[in-house]
Ligand binder design. Structure first.
Ligand code: SF4
Length: 84
């Protein structure tokens, strides 16, 4: 069974905090309100909620893949328009 990891691209994230609200088990916020993502493999029972959170990120800053600790690359995100 493959493992999946959640990543945030800090160059795209604008601190909407939506991910922390949707996934409090995996996402905490730093002192400035930006997300800190758990580096652990995603629990299988959270798969649907994680995918919904990735799709809901207004800045397209969240990615889901099978690589631990991998930073998301901008060219894999598609067009994004962080609005602040
Ligand atoms: S929802 Fe997206 S833009 Fe908002 S804090 Fe999370 S990763 Fe950043």
């Amino acid at each position: 069974m493959s493992r999946h990891y959640l990543h945030v691209d800090p160059t795209l994230c604008v601190g909407h905090r939506l991910c922390a609200e949707m996934l409090p088990e995996l996402v905490t916020l730093d002192d400035f309100g930006y997300p800190i993502i758990s580096p652990d493999p995603l629990p299988h029972d959270l798969g649907r909620r994680v995918r919904r959170s990735v799709g809901a990120c207004p800045a397209l800053a969240l990615t889901l893949d099978g690589t631990p600790g991998r930073r998301a690359r901008r060219d894999e995100q598609g067009p994004g328009t962080p609005s602040g």
